[in-house]
Design a protein around this ligand. Structure first.
Ligand code: XLS
Ligand code: CA
Ligand code: CA
Length: 441
């Protein structure tokens, strides 16, 4: 049975097209820097938002109309797989991502949940054979079920630690079975509400132990996916342990895990942490930790994780700037961890939203590539820091300066006056010019 009967394969029709079921800028074949857009952007569909979630919000029930929702239980899980692969094929995305609970319902026991996983994974594996779609990453949902109310690996209860480990173990096996290229850890409940009842040191140490156990098990079974931690501040706990990129890198180094993990950076999580998306990407990039991206955006007027489809070209441009400078994302990709608005409840909206996101990143890629080719920021930044290339500046960089030599220098030069403008407004105007002109070429 077809679930999206009225939709044909989405084609690239160019910027003049008014067809809401066509790409205007994402042209999978088009080459940028010797790689096709498809190879470069490695888009992924998030199973949970696209096939499982129904559009609830804290005040309202589900609104989404999905023609697979006529089924229940395992039949529903199977129908979702059919719908998902039809959707991937028609949209032309190379990857998908899922949590365990997105693909199959939990049973009454862990053994039953694992059995449900096995049934659906076998079906997914078959579908993957007949399509070109691959698994970007899977993960264990160790946050929704009430057993995780006080955390998973950082729970006060050792039984919960064990249960969470068992769920990750199963997903590692499934990742291997399906050829997953990465494996994500988002510590939904790994954090705390109040220090008054929390052993912060033990929780941190346990989290470190948990990640080490996961690394060890992946090695044991020969699963060589890239491990990724996804930072997020607040939501759901007040103090999330993986607050932002800098915090997460510090944590990984403390526990000697920095060579086994990279980061999965989500735009909306960056803004919740009080950073820009590009700040988080840059921080990860300069530390060699940029692994993959959850491509969405927040609503600046709302202070929570709205997971909107990315349409802000300024943001996609500056994000792609970091990704291109990183030499791409390696095994990572751009996963649309994004949901359609509650009012966009028709199935067609799923296509419109993904097309919007893919076009927004295609534009961002073209503009960022041009900015890099023309060295727009590079030349300015190089010039701005030129004082470190000669004289005392070079001594500082080369590690030759001492406080005594620096004092000698300072005594000689007299008062230092700010001698160069930062020119931010002019640079922003240049970005706008590139946004308008790069696409015309
Ligand atoms: C929630 C997170 C989550 C992770 C995977 O805010 O974005 O969906 O991506 O567990
Ligand atoms: Ca995410
Ligand atoms: Ca999110």
């Amino acid at each position: 049975m077809a679930y999206f009967e009225n939709v044909n394969k989405i084609q690239y029709e160019g910027a003049k097209s008014n067809n809401p079921f066509a790409f205007k800028f994402y042209n999978p074949e088009e080459k940028i820097n010797g790689k096709t857009m498809e190879e470069f952007l490695r888009f992924g569909v998030a199973y949970w938002h696209t096939f499982t979630a129904g559009g609830t919000d804290p005040f309202g029930s589900a609104t989404a109309i999905r023609n697979w929702d006529k089924y229940t239980g395992m039949d529903l899980a199977k129908a979702r797989v059919e719908a998902a692969f039809e959707f991937f094929g028609k949209l032309g995305v190379p990857y998908f991502c899922f949590h365990d609970v997105d693909i199959a319902p939990e049973g009454d026991t862990l053994a039953e949940s694992n059995k449900n996983q096995d049934t659906i994974v076998a079906m997914i594996k078959d579908y993957m054979k007949d399509s070109e779609v691959k698994l970007l990453w899977n993960t264990a949902n160790n946050f929704t079920n009430p057993r995780f109310v006080h955390g998973a690996a950082s729970s006060n209860n050792a039984d919960v630690f064990a249960y969470a480990a068992a769920k990750v173990k199963k997903q590692l096996e499934i990742g291997k079975e399906l050829g997953g290229e990465n494996f994500v850890f988002w510590g939904g409940r790994e954090g705390y509400e109040s220090l008054l009842n929390t052993d912060l040191k033990l929780e941190q140490d346990n989290l470190g132990r948990f990640f080490q156990l996961a690394v060890d098990y992946a090695k044991e079974i020969g699963f060589d996916a890239q491990f990724l931690i996804e930072p997020k501040p607040k939501e759901p706990t007040t103090h999330q342990y993986d607050f932002d990129v800098a915090t997460t890198i510090g944590f990984l180094r403390t526990y000697g895990l920095e060579n086994d993990f990279k980061l999965n950076i989500e735009a909306n999580h960056a803004t919740l942490a009080g950073h820009t998306f590009e700040h988080e990407l840059r921080w990860a990039r300069i530390n060699g930790m940029l692994g993959s991206v959850d491509a969405n955006q927040g609503d600046p007027l709302l202070g929570w994780d709205t997971d909107e489809f990315p349409t802000d070209l300024y943001s996609t441009t500056l994000a792609m700037y970091e990704i291109i400078k990183n030499g791409g994302l390696g095994t990572g990709g751009l996963n649309f961890d994004a949901k359609i608005r509650r009012g966009s409840f028709e199935q067609d909206d799923l296509f419109h939203a993904h097309i919007a996101g893919m076009d927004a990143f295609a534009i961002g890629t073209k503009v960022a590539n041009k900015l890099i080719e023309d060295k727009v920021f590079d030349s300015f930044v190089e010039e701005r820091y030129a004082s470190y290339t000669t004289g005392i500046g070079k001594d500082i960089v080369d590690g030759k300066a001492t406080f005594t030599s620096l004092e000698d220098h300072a005594l000689k030069i007299g008062e230092v006056t700010p001698n160069k403008s930062g020119r931010v407004e002019s640079i922003k105007a240049t970005i706008n010019k590139y946004l308008v002109t790069s696409l015309a070429e």
